[in-house]
Design a protein around this ligand. Structure first.
Ligand SMILES: Cc1cc2nc3c(=O)[nH]c(=O)nc-3n(C[C@H](O)[C@H](O)[C@H](O)COP(=O)(O)O)c2cc1C
Length: 257
């Protein structure tokens, strides 16, 4: 075959394509466990940050594991009954369970204020033993903002009312607008606010504009991001409400944390 023939050019290009695709797919397969471990660590960091057990996200995996295992107990909750389930919480993948038809339910549109369409029948929650704030319960919450689904945690105190921390670990809102959900001052403004009233109705609310200075339930709206702000308010109301953790919270009120 001639060195500069058309056939040879095509053969070399095809061989290069095959070689590169093998290289890319091998690295993707080999890096998958590492990516998965990093993703789990990132969620744990955000959980610890939401309940004020961690300030600096740049800690080693060993330190992270140490704080997590000393302070956090994960449990699986049956959302309908509000009771704990016996399945192993650490290995339970709540996100997967929320998608699979057998382990999830369709949310009636009239109740789907978080706009997530389906939710798991079983959800993972976290009981936290905080050195200064005492016992906390950390509830996962997710729902639609403007562009994306926001995934986060809400930490509530033993009184089942007071917010002790809040934060999202994943979203795709616009940086500087809806992305201000990650603003530290804004997240801090949630602390001390009342998430629920005595009858366990969700009362904390992100309003448009500035919250009244003496309000225990209002959170400042994010400027230029009314739709994300509304989404955040709605997703918190969904997960704290009767279709979310309502039954579980009612059980906790009877039995204590
Ligand atoms: C490029 C672009 C990105 C935007 N990103 C967001 C966003 O992430 N969240 C949001 O609520 N609004 C976002 N908006 C603005 C919304 O379209 C809408 O105008 C806004 O939510 C209204 O908020 P305001 O009443 O506080 O101005 C974006 C607008 C543009 C043009």
């Amino acid at each position: 075959m001639k060195k500069d023939s058309v056939l040879k050019t095509f053969l070399v290009a095809a061989a290069l394509c095959v070689f590169c695709s093998i290289l890319v797919s091998t690295s993707a397969v080999m890096l998958k466990p590492l990516q998965e471990a990093n993703r789990k660590n990132d969620i744990k960091k955000n959980l610890l940050m939401a309940c004020k057990l961690l300030d600096d996200p740049n800690i080693s995996s060993e330190q992270l594991e140490k704080i997590y295992s000393e302070r956090v107990t994960a449990k699986v909750v049956n959302i309908e009954t509000g009771e704990y389930d016996s399945r192993d919480a650490e290995s339970f993948d709540a996100v997967k369970a929320a998608k699979a038809p057998a382990t999830s339910i369709q949310i009636p549109s009239s109740k789907d204020i978080a706009r997530i369409k389906r939710r798991g029948k079983f959800v993972k929650i976290f009981l936290v033993d905080h050195p200064t704030s005492g016992k906390l319960i950390v509830l996962p919450a997710h729902g639609k903002g403007l562009w994306s689904t926001l995934w986060g945690f809400l930490a509530i105190g033993e009184d089942l009312k007071t917010i002790r921390g809040f934060g999202f670990y994943q979203h795709g809102e616009t940086p500087g607008l809806g992305g201000e959900v990650d603003n530290l001052a804004w997240k801090k403004s949630w602390e001390g606010k009342q998430a629920l009233d005595d009858a366990l109705n969700p009362i904390v609310k992100v309003i448009k504009g500035r919250a009244k200075s003496d309000s225990t339930t209002e959170i400042d709206g994010l400027s230029g991001a009314t739709l994300t702000s509304k989404g955040v308010s709605n997703l918190i109301h969904y997960w704290l409400g009767e279709h979310g953790f309502g039954a579980y919270l009612a059980n906790l009120k009877r039995t204590g944390l």
